[in-house]
Design a protein around this ligand. Sequence first.
Ligand code: PGA
Length: 258
Amino acid sequence: MKVLIHDSAEAAIAAIANRIVEKVIAKPTCVLGLATGGTVEPVYEALVQKHEQQNVSYSRIRTFNLDEYVGLSPDHPMSYHHFMEKHLFGRTDIKSENTSIPFGNAINPNEEARRYEAAIKQCGGIDCQLLGIGENGHIGFNEPTSSLSSTVRIKTLAPETVRANSRYFKDIAEVPRLSITMGIGTILCAREIVLIAIGDNKSKAALEMIEGPLSARCPASALQLHPHAEVYLDEAAASQLTLRDYYEAVHPNGKVES
Ligand code: PGA
């Protein structure tokens, strides 16, 4: 795992966005795994800026999002379909037919989960998966105790995730309790993984992911198994790491070779 510590949130965001753009330029038909959440909003803003100001084109990429709330239709304002349209898809030349997000309103969510896993495989798998991390160490909606080899399936949100995500809803009672999410096994199949964690509130999860034992208690610790995982952190998210001198010696200022 490459641990890349940046001196500000802005620097970490710019670095991970640059990394993604590098991959798109190197392989214009690449398959990107995408995430939602407050942390990736500015990452998408940076990708949009690259498109508008530097003519970076996403017209041939294929995308698969990590997850969606069960019960929300794509046009629901709190759905992840809506989030992606608002922050990235609707603002770039990504072709909508080349994007995939699980359908939360599928009549048979279990069948939808199987279909989604198969669709990822059919595309040849994900080249690069973007991830955020929950305060409880979740990736996607793989909450603590998720199987480390899980595939796309229905997962119940942890109470702390319901609370964290309620900031986007009028009332906590409106937050869906179920999701369709890529499994940890699905995520580990991506050829490369880039994860971003910003802020103090992510420092414990970052510590457990990077230095903690490999454990379903912290789903993100599964990234320790991946041969090509990069973790982008700001100072605050890195504040509890104990091997910091080592990370900074290997990657001064979060620099990573291309
Ligand atoms: P956040 O969500 O970026 O809104 O903190 C991250 C996550 O829950 O994976």
